[in-house]
Design a protein around this ligand. Structure first.
Ligand SMILES: Nc1ncnc2c1ncn2[C@@H]1O[C@H](COP(=O)(O)OP(=O)(O)OP(=O)(O)O)[C@@H](O)[C@H]1O
Ligand SMILES: [Mg+2]
Length: 239
């Protein structure tokens, strides 16, 4: 369960999040959308205690992220940009993660799902961008926790891997998990999201289901609905 209460964050004069309120109570897949720079990553980092809000708080399983770190045992976070010590081999990175975080429950299964076995003895810095993202995904998803915060999980992945990851996330939902993800891939949202939170101008500009978003903008699909939402807003700004 996630409760966001009156959350505000600015970097110097740039207001990124402005008195945001939201609650996610049920298992499901929740898409946090919005244009570049709309504050999606900032919101996720606040949830993990990596960025401090200026005002308000987030409660994860009723624990304040400002006051507690216990809740982090229940959460696995996928950063948008993986920053690992890149002089380590993949197998050493996974060992390091398990050393810091404890034994993972499904490392082998994910290595197989993402075809990572052939890369175990390679240095992280020598991997292709998509393979680095697969390592990022394994370090996050190998922990069987109730809540996943995934910041652009499909970035840089090839289509086959995107499909496998999508199915994995859907399976997690069926197992009763809560998955909050950001993405710029509209068809992924359309395929798997139960609810959408669309960030714009520091606010939650739209909150509802895929069908409600498509209906609100009389669009044929999520891609068209988002395009219309943003064009409509640009027109308003011009006026
Ligand atoms: N540490 C920081 N210092 C200063 N400004 C920052 C910092 N982190 C983020 N910002 C700014 O805050 C705004 C929101 O950034 P954020 O990374 O949260 O956006 P985003 O919605 O995740 O974008 P994207 O879709 O490109 O990933 C941007 O204008 C960004 O430049
Ligand atoms: Mg981001």
């Amino acid at each position: 369960m996630i409760e966001i209460k009156n959350l505000s964050k600015a970097y110097k004069k740039r207001k990124v999040l402005h008195h945001i309120d939201a609650t996610i109570s049920n298992p499901g897949i929740y898409a946090v959308l919005g244009p570049n720079g709309s504050g999606k990553t900032t919101l996720m980092k606040i949830c993990m205690g990596l960025v401090l809000p200026d005002e308000g708080d987030v409660y994860i399983y009723r624990e304040s992220v400002r006051a507690s770190i216990q809740y982090r045992r229940m959460v696995s976070y996928l950063p948008q940009i993986a920053r690992f010590p890149d002089n380590l081999k993949v197998k050493e990175l996974l060992q390091l993660t398990e050393h810091l975080r404890g034994k993972a429950q499904r490392k082998e299964m994910l290595m197989e799902l993402l075809d990572l076995d052939p890369y175990m003895d390679q240095l992280f810095r020598n991997l292709s961008g998509g393979t680095q993202q697969k390592v990022n995904l394994v370090t996050c998803l190998m922990y069987d926790v109730p809540l996943y915060l995934l910041d652009e999980p499909t970035a840089a992945l090839d289509p086959v891997t995107q499909i496998r990851l999508k199915e994995f996330i859907q399976h997690e939902r069926e197992r009763g998990k809560m998955v909050v993800l950001t993405t710029h891939v509209p068809h992924l949202v359309q395929a798997i999201a139960d609810e959408i939170f669309f960030l714009l101008y520091g606010d939650i500009y739209f909150h509802g289901s895929v069908e409600q978003l498509i209906g609100a903008y009389q669009a044929n699909d999520v891609e068209e609905a988002i395009a219309r939402l943003l064009m409509y807003e640009q027109e308003k700004v011009k006026i």
